[in-house]
Design a binder for this molecule. Structure first.
Ligand SMILES: Cc1cc2nc3c(=O)[nH]c(=O)nc-3n(C[C@H](O)[C@H](O)[C@H](O)COP(=O)(O)O)c2cc1C
Length: 145
């Protein structure tokens, strides 16, 4: 299967309460599962960085819907690439809050040292999500063993 990976950033409108985030995630997981889209949603209080991966038309259709969502704005497409394999194949949509991500990982990739700085460096954002995926799958394996 031809796999596309899309990375975008955006900013929540107002503050997104954890209940709202949970609702977004629950709806996303069901819809993404139906069209075999996987990925991750990273968030800090004022920033989102999301990866969508799957069949190219499914990824684009999902992204076009997300762009119209009034719960966030300043959506910036950082990368759309055809890739040999998924980074987050076990996640219909994973969630990584700022507290779940190693500060060192963000500091090493972001020009400003925070998650939001990745919006200004698309290549760094892609390198960051690739390393995050590796760290998460390693954590999964460690938890399972
Ligand atoms: C930050 C953010 C991430 C989202 N991620 C997804 C997603 O991965 N998949 C999805 O189907 N909807 C996602 N949504 C929700 C969509 O924007 C939209 O509300 C939902 O798909 C329902 O679309 P509809 O009302 O046009 O049917 C996300 C919304 C936000 C604000």
């Amino acid at each position: 299967m031809n796999i596309a990976r899309l990375v975008y950033s955006s900013h929540p409108v107002g503050s997104v309460a954890s209940r709202e985030l949970f609702e977004i995630l629950e709806a996303s997981q069901a819809r993404n599962a139906a069209v075999k889209v996987t990925g991750i949603l990273c968030h800090s209080p004022d920033f989102f960085l999301q990866v969508l991966e799957g069949e190219p038309d499914a990824v684009c259709a999902t992204f076009y819907r997300i762009v119209r969502d009034a719960r966030h704005d300043r959506v910036r497409l950082l990368d759309f690439s055809h890739v040999p394999r998924r980074l987050f194949r076990d996640w219909n949509m994973g969630l990584a809050g700022i507290g779940d991500i190693r500060a060192e990982l963000i500091a090493r990739h972001s020009p400003t040292g925070d998650l939001a700085g990745l919006a200004d460096e698309p290549a760094a954002a892609v390198a960051f999500v690739a390393e995050l995926a590796a760290a998460m799958s390693h954590a999964d394996e460690t938890a399972a063993s």
